[in-house]
Design a protein around this ligand. Structure first.
Ligand code: ZN
Length: 258
């Protein structure tokens, strides 16, 4: 049976690429089709009816007509615009960081239902809650799990001995924590305090509702951010544009004292 000509799906806009004078190619993340692309004709013309429903990080119901190369968008209806996030530069940047990670770690047309709902949940939390560092670390750890890079946090990733409750070492190349002896043998490792190891395990093993009260002082937040970003950079073999931007914004916030 031939596939129907048109189809509909829920989707989150994760990337927009300008094409020609007024057209746009959009990248979406969907529950059943995974990452997909769509062509939106004249989206950048002022009278475009669809533009408002296809902003970056908007959760929409979208319809496509199948095309030879790219499918064409024929309709869109906003489900959640995540307005509190879009009205705040810092939160928008956090959202764009999430979108960039998803785009980098997924291939097109691979179903990732759990990841779709993780993205939605994370955008909702960013709109509602103030513990942004915790929200981002939770997202990163669960994204890594979904795409097959769950870090090993319980036993030494090299010798498999149970980790002592002491400072141990995260090694991006082996994808987990090493005991102090094995850690010395790896070229690039991040020392991890006992507290940082506990928080990482907690975040990895629980739902967000169970970890939302975890308190991180700035030093611990910094330690966790460095190690996870180090692992992400290693896996992607490059820096993420949005990380540099988040760092810049954070420095400005610190200077302004908020
Ligand atoms: Zn070891």
């Amino acid at each position: 049976m031939p596939e129907p000509r048109d189809y509909k799906t829920e989707a989150i806009v994760i990337k927009k690429t300008k094409l020609g004078e007024a057209d746009t190619i959009l990248t979406f993340f969907t529950p059943h089709l995974g990452k997909i692309q769509g062509f939106a004709k004249s989206l950048r013309k002022p009278k475009s009816k669809m533009a408002g429903h296809l902003e970056l990080l908007t959760h929409s119901q979208v319809s496509f007509a199948r095309g030879k190369n790219l499918d064409t968008l024929i309709g869109s209806q906003t489900i959640n615009a995540f307005l509190p996030m879009k009205n705040d530069l810092w939160l928008t940047s956090c959202g764009l960081y999430i979108a960039e990670l998803v785009n980098q770690f997924t291939a097109e047309h691979q179903e990732h239902r759990t990841l779709f709902y993780l993205i939605l949940e994370t955008l909702e939390h960013l709109c509602r809650e103030n513990n942004h560092d915790l929200i981002l670390r939770y997202f990163e750890l669960h994204l890594l799990e979904q795409v097959g890079y769950r870090p090993q946090l319980r036993e030494c990733v090299t010798c498999h001995k149970e980790l002592e409750p002491a400072t141990n070492y995260f090694s991006p190349a082996t994808g987990g924590i090493s005991c102090p002896e094995c850690g010395q043998a790896h070229p690039q490792v991040y020392p991890l305090s006992l507290n940082a190891q506990k928080v990482l395990r907690l975040l990895q093993d629980h739902d967000f509702s169970q970890v939302t009260r975890v308190k991180m002082d700035p030093q611990l937040a910094d330690e966790l951010e460095k190690v996870i970003h180090g692992y992400l950079r290693y896996l992607l073999e490059r820096d993420l544009k949005s990380v540099a931007w988040l760092d810049t914004l954070r420095e400005q916030r610190v200077q302004l004292g908020n």
